[in-house]
Design a protein around this ligand. Structure first.
Ligand code: ADP
Length: 584
């Protein structure tokens, strides 16, 4: 049995536990995969919006070139140059101002005025544009392609600084543990304006002066190779127009995420869907727009940041619960199967014991009958007294055999549910007395002392007398078989007519009694307590089963009570029969 339990543990429980572990592990992996997919999807959204912003800047740069070329189409460059800034602003209002420098390093326009914008421009940008000083500039590849092709950034003396971004996206792949802000991917080059113009006929550059961003376009027209026309972009207007880029966000994603354009101070200036408050310094993902607008970013936050974690958690719980239920079910199922198999094995063993017991029991009377009848038939016993006694023995053994056969047949009828009793009112006192008296000679010849206590008055029960007599004989025969050395049997009949109306016939002996662990089991079919098996007392394990079944079919029961001072007390309990009061 232990082996069977072990086989179950190894073949069923262990694999299901391993499966449960594997399922949990693959769930975790699946979650990682889903999270990674979501991150990649949203990162892609940011990258795409950033690319749209870059394209927007490139279009602006091209528009500037085109507007300047239009101006130069009607009048020679030298005529346009002195008031280029004013003319440009009417044609191209996106420009904060226009400028013209010649290759000798002279600023032709704007000329110093009281205008604050012009003053600031001359103070902060003029020297760089005149080629008097170099500066750290951001040069986008796409927006610096002219007649000479893209600007070869590597050609400029690069002073690439390790810049950090202003925001820390939660899912930033390049973020180090020590520095919470990730590194920027943008390139800064220390260069002069003259080199830029020589390398490319038109372009865009961005630079910071006093921590304030400048975005400049330039155009070196072939109409006058000595002049370079340029514009400083109005950042206020740019922010307004750039916001339209966010309208490219897929409608399907608008319910889940919110996107924003952040300026170089990490301040959001455009949010879609608008009026959504979020921590823009810690977005879910973000992309730098690029060298066109250094330190500007497209950022994306989740509308319900706890949602995915919550979903994953609830999925984990559901699956965990499912696995738990599955493991418990498998465990319970295995246990039930093991218990059932154990019961079946025990039943099979009991049946085998039963067959060998019954055969043995049949063997004993048959041997006696055969032996004594042969002796008599061969005429080897001349004494008539002996002949009489042998004939008695043959008759007794034959009735024992028939009792045993009856028992087996009764049992099989009971098993098939065919046993029916014809009950009628009868006196239990006389029924019990007659049954016991019929058995008395057998007991007394075995040296038993039999004491009976019968009540004076009759106790009526509704029963089939033969069936009740069979129960009593069974109990008496058991008392005889299991008494060992203490040969005294006591019988009594008690009734409680007042309350529940029960009558009890008690059969008591002074044998070793029934072990406590077997008290209920002795009523199971084929069950025999270990003591009875080892002591070699013949039996089939059916007597008490039959007795109880008969008693229950009569509305009563057969019970076992251990007896004070040692021994057994078997009780046949039957309901007392009350006559219906005669109707007047
Ligand atoms: P059998 O006597 O043929 O084995 P029973 O169904 O009559 O079958 O009894 C079942 C078991 O109950 C017996 O094997 C025995 O172990 C126990 N038993 C029955 N009667 C007594 C008794 N009077 N004293 C002790 N044990 C008993």
């Amino acid at each position: 049995m232990k082996k069977l339990a072990l086989v179950f543990a190894v073949a069923v429980i262990l694999p299901s536990l391993v499966l449960a572990g594997v399922a949990l592990r693959s769930l975790r992996n699946e979650q990682f995969r889903l999270e990674r997919q979501r991150f990649l999807l949203y990162q892609d959204v940011c990258d795409r919006l950033a690319r749209r912003a870059r394209e927007f800047l490139t279009e602006q740069s091209q528009q500037f070139t085109w507007k300047t070329e239009t101006l130069l189409l009607h009048e020679p460059p030298a005529v346009v140059a002195p008031d280029f800034s004013e003319r440009l602003k009417t044609n191209y209002p996106e420009a904060a101002l226009g400028f013209v420098v010649d290759l000798q390093g002279k600023l032709l326009n704007p000329t110093p005025t009281d205008d604050a914008e012009v003053k600031r421009f001359i103070a902060q940008d003029a020297n760089f544009l005149r080629g008097l000083e170099t500066a750290e500039v951001y040069l986008p590849e796409s927006a610096t392609s002219g007649q000479n092709g893209p600007l070869p950034k590597a050609g400029f003396p690069s002073s690439k600084k390790l810049e950090t971004r202003k925001i820390a996206p939660q899912r930033s792949p390049g973020r180090s543990q020590t520095n919470p802000l990730p590194a920027s991917k943008l390139t800064v080059s220390e260069t002069g304006f003259r080199e830029l113009v020589e390398a490319s006929g038109e372009g865009l550059l961005a630079r910071f002066v006093d921590n304030k961003l400048r975005v400049l376009f330039w155009y070196h027209s072939r109409r006058n190779p000595n002049l370079v026309f340029g514009a400083k972009l109005s950042l206020g207007g740019l922010k307004q127009r750039l916001a339209t880029v966010l309208d490219d966000l897929e409608p399907a994603l608008r319910g889940d995420v919110v996107v924003a354009l952040l300026d170089d101070n990490a301040e959001p200036f455009a949010v879609r869907p608008s009026a959504y408050a979020a921590n823009w310094r810690r977005p879910f993902v973000a992309s730098e727009i690029g060298e066109e607008l250094p330190r500007w970013e497209v950022a994306l936050c989740l509308r319900d940041p706890a949602g995915p974690a919550r979903g994953a958690q609830s999925l984990k719980w559901t699956l965990g619960l499912l696995i738990f239920v599955l493991v418990v079910t498998i465990g319970a199922g295995s246990w039930l199967i093991v218990t059932d198999m154990r019961r079946q094995l025990a039943a099979a063993r009991q049946k085998t014991d039963f067959v060998s017991n019954v055969s043995h029991e049949f063997q004993t009377p048959l041997t006696s009958i055969k032996m004594f009848s042969e002796l008599l038939a061969e005429g080897r016993i001349p004494e008539s007294e002996k002949q009489q006694s042998y004939l008695h023995i043959i008759a007794a053994e034959a009735s024992r055999l028939s009792r045993m056969l009856d028992q087996v047949l009764d049992f099989s009828r009971l098993e098939r549910g065919e046993q029916k009793y014809t009950r009628r009112p009868c006196d239990l006192v006389s029924l019990a007395r007659d049954s016991v008296e019929a058995y008395r000679p057998q007991l007394e010849s075995g040296g038993f002392e039999l004491r009976c206590h019968w009540p004076e008055t009759a106790v009526e029960v509704l029963a089939e007398p033969d069936a009740i007599a069979q129960v009593l004989l069974n109990l008496l025969s058991n008392a005889e078989k299991y008494s060992k050395g203490a040969k005294e049997i006591e019988l009594s009949l008690e009734s409680d007519l007042n309350h529940e109306g029960w009558a009890e016939v008690q059969v008591k002996d002074r044998g070793p009694g029934v072990p406590r662990s077997s008290e209920e089991r002795i009523f199971e079919k084929f069950y025999r307590a270990d003591d009875s098996l080892s002591s070699g007392i013949p039996g089939s394990g059916l007597g008490l089963t039959l007795a109880r079944e008969i008693a229950r079919a009569h509305g009563g029961d057969v019970l076992y009570r251990s007896r004070e001072g040692g021994g057994s007390c078997f009780v046949l309990r039957l309901p007392v029969f009350r006559h219906e009061p005669a109707t007047p």
